[in-house]
Design a protein around this ligand. Structure first.
Ligand code: OFO
Length: 170
């Protein structure tokens, strides 16, 4: 496997693992606030990010590279509010998107069209996740701290009733 591609994919493993840990910490915080729907949603997001990491590990190894399983930085454990949680999540996703875009660039520079094709799945995934975070933040802004609104928000997240508005992503 091209060494530059291998290094960039391994760097992406670090990002996906850190997403998983970060969302796990957010889920745990939410659970301790009694926001069980939000916690469930975030536990699932954490699992998804781990799956994104595994997909990279398998891809690198299958193509003759060596996947490096990284140690992970401890994520923040305190959040000032639910808005703070989802703002942090969106910020984190924007950082991951920039990293995926960089990976796409490297694939093109190295003319590695197989990896380029593989990475397209992550490009779509990022679009969806950013849109979802923005939709959630819009809802939180509408609720504006209202207790009844928050109760319904949490219940909706438990039922995964918040669909990403992909058109709002741009
Ligand atoms: Fe891995 O999809 Fe976001 O970070």
């Amino acid at each position: 496997m091209n060494k530059r591609i291998e290094a960039a994919l391994n760097d992406q493993i670090v990002k996906e693992s850190s997403s998983s840990q970060f969302y796990l910490s957010m889920a745990s915080w939410s659970e301790n606030q009694g926001l069980n729907g939000t916690a469930k949603f975030l536990y699932e997001q954490a699992d998804e990010e781990r799956m994104h990491m595994l997909k990279l590990v398998r891809f690198i190894n299958e193509r003759g590279g060596v996947a490096v399983i990284p140690s992970i930085e401890k994520p923040p454990i305190e959040f000032s509010s639910l808005e703070n949680v989802f703002n942090s999540l969106l910020e984190h996703e924007l950082m991951v998107t920039a990293s995926i875009n960089n990976l796409v660039d490297i694939c093109l520079q190295e003319k590695d069209y197989t990896t380029h094709n593989f990475v397209q799945w992550y490009v779509s995934e990022q679009l969806e996740e950013e849109a979802q975070a923005r939709t959630i933040l819009d809802k939180l802004r509408l609720i504006d701290g209202d207790k009844g609104g928050l109760y319904m928000f949490d219940r909706d997240l438990e039922r995964a009733n918040i669909q990403p508005n992909v058109n709002a992503a741009n």
